[in-house]
Ligand binder design. Structure first.
Ligand SMILES: [Zn+2]
Length: 309
């Protein structure tokens, strides 16, 4: 069944009403092109990778509005909202600016740099790490990085930090989207999706998304990767805010909350730094210099052919 459509030479997924009933797990599919944040064409047999992110915000509209700002040098192919709605912003055959400076030993065995040139970027609406307030007390609660109170039952502890969990509807839509991509990409771009990675895996130390709440084991069940590059993920502890006893002794809870506050403070500074870095590394033109400096093995021919982020 045809699941893609060509618009002015670019390839998009079909709209929701054209999706077959088995894709009903995506409740709404819309296109919202952002031509100003869309790069050149992928190379032959690409993209073959999916990079998962969280938006670090509250809504899909907010993420898209941010990408559309002239000063923002970032975009992604898809954004999946908390209710499972999917919006496509960049065509399947074109590079989006979601990975920035990154590197990854791919399923082919080659070391790849600047994964934008190899991957479809999917952003999940999620605030990311949370700050724990008043640990191990009846008033224990959580705040997003911008200060909004987050429901305790939607907070989880993983990798020594607190995270906002991903709703079932959102994950179900993500799995459906990845499944659709797996089937349409060979026809749409002459490429096959071989592996799915997190932004934190290709830019360790610089990025932390999709974060400790993302269920990698479940993802792998839905989409086994060609090469098992994914670390065995730590199983998140659900609802720890609501039932602190489930995660260990109170002194440990208090220590983790103190650490969480410190990390949140550091994160605020890091987010500002990340924005500056993204502006430098994902912008057309600026990225070329960084690519050349860091990855001399990549030929200048490819850079001339496809200079964006
Ligand atoms: Zn990211």
């Amino acid at each position: 069944m045809l699941r893609t459509i060509k618009i002015q030479g670019d390839t998009w997924l079909q709209r929701d009403f054209e999706l077959s009933p088995d894709n009903a797990t995506i409740p709404l599919f819309t296109r919202h092109p952002i031509p100003s944040k869309t790069g050149g064409q992928f190379g032959a047999m690409l993209p073959d990778t999916v990079v998962l992110h969280y938006t670090g915000g509250a809504t899909a509209e907010g993420a898209i509005a941010h990408w559309k700002l002239p000063a923002t040098k970032a975009s992604a192919h898809f954004v999946v909202d908390v209710d499972g709605s999917v919006t496509q912003c960049v065509p399947l055959n074109r590079i989006a600016w979601h990975a920035g400076e990154s590197q990854w030993r791919s399923w082919t065995g080659e070391m790849r740099y600047r994964l934008n040139h190899y991957s479809i970027g999917i952003e999940l609406v999620n605030p990311g790490a949370l700050t724990c307030i008043r640990a191990a007390s009846p008033d224990t609660h959580f705040l997003t990085w911008w200060g909004k109170r987050w429901p305790n039952e939607e907070a989880c502890l993983a990798k020594g930090d607190w995270w906002a969990t991903y709703p079932v509807a959102q994950l179900t839509a993500l799995y459906a989207l990845v499944d659709i991509l797996g089937r349409v990409m060979p026809d749409a771009a002459g490429a096959k999706i071989r592996e799915i990675v997190g932004h934190d895996q290709i830019a360790p130390g610089r990025k932390s998304d999709p974060g400790g709440a993302f269920p990698w084991n479940e993802m792998r069940k839905h989409f086994p990767t060609e090469q098992d590059n994914l670390e065995a993920s730590e199983k998140p502890v659900q609802g720890t805010g609501a039932s602190p006893a489930s995660t260990g002794p109170r002194w440990l809870q208090a220590a983790l909350c103190a650490l969480s506050r410190l990390l949140a403070w550091l994160r605020r500074g890091r987010r500002a730094q990340e924005s500056r870095q993204d502006a430098q590394t994902e912008a057309p033109g600026r990225g070329i210099g960084i690519w050349n400096r860091k990855t001399p093995r990549i030929g200048s021919q490819e850079l001339r052919k496809d200079p964006d982020g």
